[in-house]
Write a protein that binds this ligand. Sequence first.
Ligand SMILES: Nc1ncnc2c1ncn2[C@@H]1O[C@H](COP(=O)(O)OP(=O)(O)O)[C@@H](O)[C@H]1O
Ligand SMILES: [Mg+2]
Length: 242
Amino acid sequence: MSGVDPVRPGPLLGTAPNPDAALSVRGLTKRFGSFTAVDGIDFDVPRGQIFGFLGPNGSGKTTTIRMLTGTSGANAGAALVLGEDVLSHPERVKKRFGYMSQKFALFEDLTVEENLRFYAGVYDLSAEEFAKQRAYVLAMADLRGRENELTANLSVGWRQRLALGTATIHQPELLFLDEPTGGVDPVARRHFWDLLYDLASRGVTLFVTTHYMDEASHCNQLAFIYRGGLIAEGRRTTFAAT
Ligand SMILES: Nc1ncnc2c1ncn2[C@@H]1O[C@H](COP(=O)(O)OP(=O)(O)O)[C@@H](O)[C@H]1O
Ligand SMILES: [Mg+2]
């Protein structure tokens, strides 16, 4: 794919970030030494969308998420997350989004219950909120009755649903999912996407990275990143879950 032209200058170039969008990114850039991992990307994600961020390994997806979650600074550009400037003030928004990371999302040497309690503590849930969310997550992840099992003993599909539950235990408005279906069989992947549709139907904005091209069909807005630059971006006007 060498010789692919980036889509810049795009229609958003030079426009101000949109504070009403769930995510609004302008010229976002990350360099590691002389290497540019994310190269001036622009996009807006309206609230309630399933935004698919597609690209091959090493294209800059995780680096983009790190900047949008305030975990890593940017070398240039602007990013509003739920209307807040996440690059300058990550603390203003960090309890309003959830993050399911690519590799590590759960403590495998803790039980299901202990993982839930850990994440409830991170987000300062009251005992009442925890009881409600615990019940919701156990039902959603199909883990009722298995609260005391070690997470390491669960199959990949169950672990992934529990990770989704812990990432949403504080009922975030926006959820970042970094290659959430990697290494999961097709049946579990399908089940997982049903859970994501359910979250989206309740108004949660989803930012999902994947390098599985077939997962593009699950999204209603897509951007393709290649070698740090956006090479295509677009929205569906109609959306039917297939
Ligand atoms: N901390 C870092 N230091 C140096 N290079 C990095 C660092 N993090 C990521 N990279 C490089 O940036 C590029 C994009 O990485 P990444 O965002 O993880 O890609 P993706 O998530 O799309 O697979 C890769 O070439 C990777 O090696
Ligand atoms: Mg990655």
